[in-house]
Design a protein around this ligand. Sequence first.
Ligand SMILES: O=c1[nH]c(=O)c2[nH]c(=O)[nH]c2[nH]1
Length: 310
Amino acid sequence: MAQEAAEGLRVDQRHGKARVRVGRVWRQGLDGSHHFVEWNVSISLLSHCLSSYHRDDNSDIVATDTMKNTVYVKAKECEDRLSVEEFAILLGNHFCSFYPQVYTAVVNITEKPWERVCVDGKPHLHGFKLGSENHTVDATIQKSGALTLTSGVAGLALLKTTQSGFEKFVRDKYTILPDTRERMLATEVNASWRYSYESVASIPKKELYFNEKFMEVKKVLMDTFFGPPETGVYSPSVQRTLYLMGSAVLRRFPDVALIHLKMPNIHFLPVNLSTKENPSMVKFKDDVYLPTDEPHGSIEATLSRITSKM
Ligand SMILES: O=c1[nH]c(=O)c2[nH]c(=O)[nH]c2[nH]1
């Protein structure tokens, strides 16, 4: 928040435009292929515009309508494909450099998972279908060029039908959950990871670098969750699996400084049905489940490296 004091009062303020939706097509493939992204952009500017709060003086306000227009102008100007991270940084840079009174720009963007379809086994040149998980970015850019950049995946629904259990937890007079080494494990991963780049100048120049990273981080998360295709890997708790997923990302990607994982434990309840006449109408044998949304377990953690200052 922009923090300034006057008249004995401190005012923390920021303003921006939320949920600016833009689609962008690039028709530049040598083979005639199109590329498409759909972004939902939120901008928040920290700027010196206290006179608009203290008096009826809007002369320092960058209109939120102007911010919205800027999203479309910049999308138009980007003639080459770029990652959602690069677009967020480009917007943040613009607001910080174009307006003297703006000293920090916070840009959050969610990219919808439009994926190229295959028809008759061949990638379609201009046909896309919506996948399931979103790609998110939170970029904070200062006038100085200082940067914090966090990317994420939201709504990555994963499920495995075995190789999961939960046992030897606290057992008291309120506990009825039995120990088990055989259960379904289902979650919807929300992960966000902060890159270690601390300035706009230091981000890798490689084309679509952050798109590649996004795919790779997602793969490490999923591979760790599932384990090898034939055998899987046993999960003794969501907590342990979450830790293994996060630590695998930190081990694999030196330019990821921190990862936050939120993994609800989405319960599939065993179904048992009985009547007096038919006591085992449906007897649960790890086969018939009642899928539920709520309540769900909520498990989250942030992992980062401990760096020794020796
Ligand atoms: O993996 C789990 N972690 C928990 O903390 C928990 N609590 C619970 O009831 N079931 C589970 N499962």
